[in-house]
Design a protein around this ligand. Sequence first.
Ligand code: NOJ
Length: 558
Amino acid sequence: VPYEWIAPLLTKVAGLCLLLIAVLFAFVSPPPSGFSWGAGGSAYQTEGAWNVDGKGMSIWDAFAHKKGKIFLNDTGDFSCEGYHKVKDDISLMKDMNLKHYRFSISWPRILPTGIKNENINEKGIRYYDDLINKLLENKITPIVTLYHWDLPQILEEKYRGWQNASMVNLFNDFANLCFERFGNRVRHWITFNNPWVMEGYETGEHAPGLKLRGVGAYKAAHHIIKAHAKVWHTYDTQWRNKQKGLVGISLSGDWGEPVDISNQRDIEAAERYVQFYMGWFATPLFNGDYPQVMKDYIGRKSAQQGLGASRLPVFTAQEKSYIRGTCDFLGIGHFTTRYITQKNYPSGRGNSYFTDRDLAELVDPRWPDPGSEWLYSVPWGFRRLLNFVKKQYGNPMIYVTENGVSEKMMCTDLCDDWRMQYFKDYINEMLKAIKDGVNIKAYTAWSLLDKFEWDEGYSERFGLYYVDFRDKNKPRYPKASVQYYKSIISSNGFPNQRELESWKGKAIETCSSSNQLLAADPLISHMGMVTEIVVPTMCTLSILLSAVFLMFLLRRRL
Ligand code: NOJ
């Protein structure tokens, strides 16, 4: 008899539950299972140990050692001392439950002269072996970048680095060595990080410090694109069958939004901004040649200058087909957005990459900008960029290789609510892009640690972990965002608004106690100074004094 009323009741309850679940999923859609949450860093920015164990010099070592190039003349000589702290850093990653860690291999650390046939530095190889093994032991996937801007200095001196086509083969040899030595354990390779090398070859603000306006960066990029393609083919023909990995590139791209969306000229200028940025590299790799708009603009301006050929180099038909389709996945580093408007730059002597584009960049003063002066938080730009990539390049597999925000140098507040807000907003936009159908496989928070921020030295802190650079042990302190990101990882995205707020609350609570630790730090370093300098000096002095006194006494007795 009870079945008569229990059965319909149960059906109703089940129906209600299903409805509730459906409603929940309509609002929050977690990324697909297998999505990877990670964090990253790069060799020169974190390793330190610049001349240890046989490492050769890189262009960044040389550049940073010159006075006046880096804020406060800082260098990456010691940085986070990551070279000596593999175990410690992996336990930080483990604690956060990171699924992957993105790092780069320093070319001169394993090939001090840059050339494979000359000298392989086994100690350097051992360091990366150890790092990879320990990551894997802890179930953290290594995502490895082969070039994060630290070309062997000797190649710059001998060949003018990326200005010279011979880098293509030399880089291929280096990459091949990495596949040979590490490829049995590494499945994700990024050939180049952000080869938008403007600062190195156009303005001279980055290594190697060349100011070859309107020419140098185009030339360097041309060789970099060829080198990428060559490395992809090397992997494809020699290693893929055995190692079953993927080879991609990591491009950085800001989003450009037209200032006036009803003005065709602004719309085109904004499109040009993105094409000159990410399209410069992505279009050859996916479609075989530079974006048409780059060819048109640079070609026209070069002609107006009276040059016989475009300053933008040209790929032969053979090269185009060799380069096309050489990306197993596209890495995207994204931080910010600009409003774009059309602006004519008459061609003349002041030609440069920047004037070639015929546009002006603007920002909305209401956009939050907690750290680096170029970095405004504009989350919606991220979703637009991701959708642009999907449309332009045939929905490629995307790895978000960098996304994050900095704070100013003097800020020692570990309760970084602005970073939690940035992560929340940007990750939400990424999740919406996944819902839009963008094929995103991974998200990499940038960065795990505070680190050397290129020409800005240590003045901009991107880390989830605060690094006390004043202390020679470079202790790491978790910022509140560590706890927050950890919760995002454990729930594979965002469950609901209320939970988010409570994570934030908890994160802020825990960071206050770390703040106290950090505040006590000057005292600790002071104590360090006492034990390491004052005490030994006093002891030596007392021994010396006693010896003099003893001699004096003995002489008098005699
Ligand atoms: C992109 C670079 O790849 C990375 O090294 C740097 O830390 C970030 N931009 C932030 O400036």
